[in-house]
Structures are given as C-alpha cells and as structure tokens.
Design a protein. Sequence first.
Length: 363
Amino acid sequence: MRYRGQHDYSHAQAPRIGVLITNLGTPDAPEKGALRRYLKEFLSDPRVVEVPRLLWFFILHGIILNLRPARSAKAYRTVWTDAGSPLLLHTRDQARALHEVLERTHGDNVLVDFAMRYGSHPISSQLQAFFDRGVQRLVVLPLYPQYSGPTTGSTFDALAADFRQRRWLPELRFVAQYHDHPAYIEALAASVRAHWQAQGRADRLIMSYHGEPERYLHNGDPYHCHCHKTSRLLAEALQLDADDYLTCFQSRFGREPWLQPYTDETLKGLPAQGVKSVQVICPGFSADCLETIEEIGVENRHYFMEAGGERYDYIPCLNSDAGHIDALATLVEEQLQGWTEKPFDAEATQARAKAMGAGAETA
C-alpha cells in the first residue's frame, strides 16, 4: 500500500491547528438522481443501518433506491433555496462565524472549516486542504450534541479511513459529545427565552430528537440517555416543571420499534389531553434541515392542528446564532489547551534543520 505524504514540507512553516466542524450531508440538488446518489452512500453505511450486509444490499438496491429518491426529492424542493440546501448554508455560516471568533485570539494559527459525512464536501477533501496549509494538530467537532453510533461514530470511521492512507498523522482531538455542556445548554435556553419574549409561552414545550432503532439503545448506544439529559438540563435552565415539557423522537424509518415516544403520535394525542398549544424545539439538530423545516415545521404542525390543536410554534435550530457560535468556540478552546501556548520560532527551527542536513527545499 502506498501512503500519502507531504512532499513540500518546510521546517520554516509554523505548525497550524485545524478545526473541522462536521455534519451529516446533503444532496447536490433536489432531484431524483442527486437523491439516489446521496441515499446510496448514506444508507450503505453499516453504522446507519445495522442489518446483515447481503440482505440489506438487496433491500436497498431492489426497493429503497427505486422508490425513495423521487419522494425525497419532492420534499427537498420544499426547503431548497437559490443558494442550496439549508443544512449546507447553515453549516458554512457556522464555520465562517466560528473562524471569526477564534481568529480574534489565535490569528491565522488556527484554521476553521466544515465537512460533510456524505455527499459533497467530504471529510477526506477538507483534511487534505488542511494538511496542504500546514495543519499538524486537528480538532474535529461533529455537530451532534448527543453521541450516537450512526452519526458521531460514523464521523470517526470516516476520519480513520482517511488516516489509514496517510504517512504522517496529525495529533487529534475529537469531540464525541457535548449534550450536557453548560455553554450548549445556555444557548438552547436563550433561544427558547427569546421565542417566549416575542411570542409568549405555550401549554407545553416539546423537545424532539432524531430517532434511531430501539435495539441500538439495548446494544449500548448512549444516545437515548444523552437526549434525556439534555432535556432535563434545558428544563432546569428554563425553570420548567415536569408537566411543562416532553421528550420525544422523530424521523423513524422501517417497521422495527424506534425510540419512543414518537413525535408525530405524541402531537396527535395532545389536544385530546387538553394541550391546545405547543412549542417544538429540536435540541439534537445544530442546524435547520429537511427534518426540522419540513417534518417538524410543516408535517407535524398539520398533525397537531388537525387533531384539535390551536397553536403550534417551531423554535428554529441554533444555526449561526451568536450564542451558539460562542458555545462552539468554548468547546474548541477547551480542546486547544496545551496546543497554543508555545510560540513557534521559524528561524531557529530552520537553522536546526539545516545543521542536521535538511535540503534547501525542506529547510
């Protein structure tokens, strides 16, 4: 096997730090062909679908990829903007805003960018761009506050797959979760308070998280527990009683049981219990996307109102809100401890390299 190396390295080049924020990914266009390519990559990941590979191959290629792309393309068209998908736009804005905050303290010694696990802007391409700019230390921040194998775990898989092909590996710090970090909880609480100030409060605050098969929980995935802890801490920050909020799970797929209670079934049943107004927030999503804008903002609103509800508010994701960016910067600064204190002396380093016989092209 041939390993990829840096052929233009110079000892005079200051070692830089790269900060890579990542998210799930998005199709290139709201069209059937683009959705088929995206879904094929996404649903072929064994972290995402834990089904025997041969069986899943025939299900995926024989059924799902022939039926789902057209339906998904129709849904994506309802949220697509002239500049692209909301998830891509928000993630790019988050990277830019985070870079601006970190640049105030670290100058150009810390580089910030984003990558997607699936589709365009892959992790491997951004890693190469970092290494080409002299990055030797790497912080990876998957924008999934609650750890889950299909999201955070899969992100690490992509990193490992890239690193297996490299001769020189960077120092790595990987943020596996931040579901209970005070800065994240406060950013969520601030967004709810701002909504209350503008719109008033509803009968119930619904905290809706992306679902996953229930068996993942029984097999040791901490995602369910992380979600409930986030909900509890957010409720405490907002001084809510137990009857003031609910935790539920959305976006289930297939026939097997997923984490419950289900968001859609919960919303259909609340009006009959006397809950006529709700506000829904999605703490597990760092950026608005199809699942929040269309599924929560439109589809589930319809379920609630049709069942007799009178008021339904969706509280947007944190996106590139200043409080969210400050929280992400806090997470990154914690990871940078010990990496930014010692200044780099280019002349001394270059002189030592020449004394030891380094050629002019590398010295």
